[in-house]
Write a protein that binds this ligand. Sequence first.
Ligand code: GRF
Length: 207
Amino acid sequence: MSGTPSLLRFGFLASHNGSNLQALLDACADGRIPGIPAVVISNNLESGALRRARNAGVDAVHLSGNTHLAPADLDAAILAALRGHAVDWVLLCGYMKKLGPQVLEAYSGRILNIHPSLLPAFGGPGMFGIHVHQAALAAGVAESGATVHLVDGDYDRGPIVEQTRVPVLAGDTPESLQARVLPAEHALYTRVVARIADGKSLFPESA
Ligand code: GRF
């Protein structure tokens, strides 16, 4: 049988601003990522992420400890939302909660996260947002960057897919470094997801 392969469907989880989400939505909209944004899930009803999803005409779903008290119920509800939207790949975009075992198992090998450092440096518990950049500057590194990695349940420890490097400049503050890293994150995440949507290998070396 022949035919056009169907486009991959992406499910996003995000907690706050959602600028990485926006970069991926934009790339899906203009064809740089030949895929379909199927659903955006947030634990934060007031998040920019849910607003950005609605603006893009993508289903926006609030699921949190407020909607589902028991962690296992929340895990099941997130899985049901992903499956209900026929999601192929899960993309974490600043999602501040840990995924539960049901989602981790169902989507094993098909969950990506982006982190604003050159992992394994400055990853793990407590390393989020501005704290990552504070730690990088305190360590005196000459460069920082961003990492896309597979998610396996351990904070920031899954196999690294691709990294991008960003210089640390004299006089940098955590905020100025963060502002330089963020657009590099957008470009990196877009590149990796485009590769998947194009049916190429996840890892750039073997693409
Ligand atoms: C980014 O720095 C990302 O690497 C980290 O959380 C931040 C989310 O930013 N995981 P945004 O919500 O995408 O603007």
